[in-house]
Structures are given as C-alpha cells and as structure tokens.
Design a protein around this ligand. Structure first.
Ligand SMILES: Cc1cc2nc3c(=O)[nH]c(=O)nc-3n(C[C@H](O)[C@H](O)[C@H](O)COP(=O)(O)OP(=O)(O)OC[C@H]3O[C@@H](n4cnc5c(N)ncnc54)[C@H](O)[C@@H]3O)c2cc1C
Length: 404
C-alpha cells in the first residue's frame, strides 16, 4: 500500500485515543491520517452530567481537538452522513472521502424504546449541546418561578428517567446544584422535587447490594425521591406517566431527563454493516466481520465476553483500551504484519453521587464509598487527560480539587 489514507470517524474516547496513538506510531511519510468530527472539540462524555446539572462549566468538559493532535493529522470538522464500505468512501455533509483503512468511532445516541413522547418531550445527556440545554432549562424554570402570577404545576419538579449509572450520577449532581439555585432565586427547597424513576426494583441494577444501599441513602438524605419498579409509559410536555404495581401514576414536570438507555450511532446500521443490537460485532482484532479494512471502536462496537457469553457494557474504559489495540492493528494492517486480539482488562467502576460522594468497585471487587471513591473518580478522569494530552492537558483540564 502506497501512503495509505487512514480515516477515523468520531473524536470521542475511541476516536481520539486511536488518533493520538496512531500519530505517535506513524510518521508523516507513512500514511495520511484524517480525523472527522462534527465539532472542533472532544467532549468528555463521562463528565456531561456535571455540565447538565450546571456544576461544571462546559469548557471544563471538552478539549479543543487541535490542542491534542499533531501536524501529521488532518482534522476535518464535518458531519458524517453515511459510510459505503463496498466503495471505501464516506459521505460527509460537505464532501466525500475515500479511505484505505477506516476506523468507525461514532459513539452513542439516545435509545427511546418506542416510549410515546420521549423523543419530543424529554431531554437527554448525549453531548455538550444537549447538556448545556438541560442546564439552561433547569435555571430558566427557577428564574420563571417568581415571574408568573399563576404558578405552573410541576415547574420545579425535575424528573430523571432511569437510575442506572448515568441517571444516578446526574441526580447526585442535581442534589448538589438545587440548594445553590434555591438560594440564588429565593426559592424554598420545599418547593422543589428531584424524582428518580427506575423500572428495576433498585437503583443501579446489577451493582453490588451494599453499593446500592449506600447510593440510595446518600441521595435520599439530600432530598432525592427514588421511585423503583416504575415503567415509564409516556412523556408529555408537562409531565410523565408511569406504571407501578399495575396502576398508572402521573407526575407533573416541565423537565424530564432521559438517562435510561443508549444505543450505537444509527449510521452504523444504516451503512450496511452486519449488526447485532445495532452494533458491529467485531472480530478479536476489532475489525468488522466482512471488511478487512474497517475497524470499529467504542460504543459502536459489540465485544463479546467469552466467559459470560454476554457483550461487555459500552464504557469509556473499554473504548480507551480498545483504541490502543486498534491503533497498533491499523499500523500492522498497512505494514502487512500480524494483528493482536483485544481483551478488555476491567479495572472496576466508580460512579459519582455528586461532587463529594461516590461509590465504586475496583480491583478484584473491592468496594469503596464516600471520599475515597470521590478521589478515585477524579484520579480516573485525570489519568485520561494525561493519556490523551500528557502533562499540559492534565494541568489545563485536570480535577485537582480532590476533597471538594
Ligand atoms: C453522563 C455519562 C456518564 C458516563 N460515565 C461513564 C464512566 O464513569 N465510566 C465509563 O467508562 N463510561 C461512562 N459513560 C459511557 C461513556 O461515555 C461511553 O461509553 C463513551 O463515551 C463511548 O466512547 P465512543 O468513543 O464510542 O463515543 P463518544 O465518546 O460518544 O464519541 C463519539 C464522537 O463522535 C462524534 N459524532 C457522532 N456522530 C457524528 C457524525 N454523524 N459526524 C461526525 N461526528 C460525529 C461525536 O460528536 C463524538 O465526538 C458515561 C456516559 C454518559 C453519557
């Protein structure tokens, strides 16, 4: 192959780490590397709940792409419309690209499960723009509260659909933010409700029981109402309807945030790749089944856990690890060398419950709670900044307020 064109679609965890690793591995005369992303920044999706709650400014949860990539990478700010793996082309909104090797890293989008009104009336924490919108929506309703003669029912009710990882992290941040907003807008905290609605019998289904109990107590102590065993039936502009114990119940609200499901970017399925649950079930070397020149990484890839015979969950942790193998395999592919298989090395999970509380299970299922878990969460975030942009990026974006 004569100076091949390597095209990477998406600058999330998977795409950025593939690019950064490739730019170190390949010299400018070995390949043309092109990274395509719809924005000129990489957002840190694991911190978007903080942007959405208004506890962390959005500039602290995104990184300008050109600050991290080197001159041997050509960055195109554009939107991917479709991929044509048989023709080895990608259609962007403003141009067409041809590739010799493609890395698909287009991430996730909201899954609505056909719930009526969800798409039209609920907010979702999917990217910087959607998170800023939620922040503004919350603040707008506080600002409106004393500006309307007839109070709109539920104006200060904030509902979060889904008490899994994302839902619980967001609710925890909200529980910290609401008292600040109450002070700022002269609202009594008794006028405000934060309601977490979950279909499973507990919050954080699948987590260890002791961690679930800790999370429930921590959130309830800060005023969060947790409703479990409740299936969302409809989202209206002014509230939600859910079913619990065979009965339909309604809560009025102008702000419902859906945090109960993500799926792979639908471009993947629409582009004719063989998919399983909307994702490309990659081979061990992270290539798509029918295309030797297409790698898939991050939430668009389905990686089977051979021990449990279930797919690994979509996480940033796995996207980052897989990106290292993808970069090495892209290099091996263009040099006709043998590729490596990818096996996730799960280091544990830590979920924040606000800025000063968290729960986690790390290294051989050791459980951690409270400040220790909070510190661990920040260490994980800082480690990522270091991997991505070394000490300069760590110093610029890192979280050093360890005990706050
Ligand atoms: C609030 C929240 C908290 C989370 N917390 C954790 C956590 O603590 N730990 C953990 O491991 N995981 C966590 N996750 C999951 C994690 O964020 C995802 O698994 C991870 O972001 C997937 O990485 P990715 O590279 O596949 O995609 P993303 O990070 O989603 O990146 C996709 C990129 O593609 C771009 N893009 C999308 N469509 C187009 C298009 N058509 N054209 C051009 N560009 C496009 C996007 O702008 C984005 O830059 C969390 C997720 C959320 C939402």
């Amino acid at each position: 192959m004569n100076k091949p064109n390597i095209v990477i679609l998406g600058a999330g965890y998977g795409g950025m780490m593939t690019t950064v690793n490739l730019q170190k591995k390949l010299g400018a005369n070995q390949a043309n590397i092109t990274l395509v992303n719809e924005n000129n920044y990489h957002y840190i999706s694991t911190s978007l709940h903080e942007t959405a709650a208004g506890t962390l400014h959005h500039d602290r949860t995104r990184v300008t792409i050109k600050d991290v990539i080197k001159s041997n990478v050509n960055f195109i700010e554009d939107t991917v419309v479709s991929i044509h793996p048989d023709k080895k082309t990608v259609t962007l909104k403003n141009q067409e690209l041809t590739y010799d090797v493609l890395v698909v890293a287009l991430g996730f989008e909201m899954a609505t499960f056909g719930i009526p009104g969800l798409e039209e009336n609920a907010f979702a924490i999917t990217d910087t723009d959607s998170s800023r919108l939620i922040r503004e929506q919350i603040e707008y309703n506080f600002a409106m509260y004393h500006n309307e003669k007839e109070k709109t029912e539920g104006r200060l009710n904030f509902i979060v659909g889904g008490a899994g990882f994302t839902g619980i992290e967001f609710v925890g941040e909200l529980a910290n933010r609401i008292p600040e907003l109450c002070k700022e807008y002269d609202v009594s905290p008794s006028e405000v409700r934060i309601v977490s609605v979950e279909g499973a019998p507990t919050v954080m289904p699948g987590f260890d029981e002791a961690l679930i109990e800790y999370a429930t107590n921590s959130l309830e102590a800060r005023g969060v109402e947790i409703i479990t065993g409740a299936m969302l039936k409809e989202v209206k502009p002014d509230g939600i309807v859910f079913e619990r114990d065979g009965e339909l119940e309604e809560i009025k609200s102008l702000t419902t945030v859906w945090a109960a499901g993500v799926k792979a970017n639908s471009i993947v399925e629409q582009s004719g790749f063989e998919t399983n649950r909307g994702k490309v079930q990659v081979r061990e070397d992270m290539r798509a089944p029918d295309y030797d020149d297409v790698f898939v990484v991050g939430d668009c890839a389905l990686i089977m856990n051979n021990e449990t015979e279930r797919p690994y969950p979509p996480t940033a942790q796995i996207a980052v690890q897989a990106a290292e193998v993808v970069a090495a395999n892209v290099k091996a592919h263009i040099e006709n060398n043998a590729m490596h298989g990818f096996e996730p090395n799960l280091m544990g999970t830590v979920a924040s419950l606000g800025h000063n509380d968290a729960i986690g299970s790390i290294l051989n299922d050791r459980k951690i709670f409270g400040w220790k878990a909070t510190v661990m969460k920040k260490v994980i975030d800082n480690r990522y900044y270091f991997k991505l942009g070394g000490i300069p990026l760590l110093l610029k974006k890192g979280k050093f307020n360890i005990f706050y």
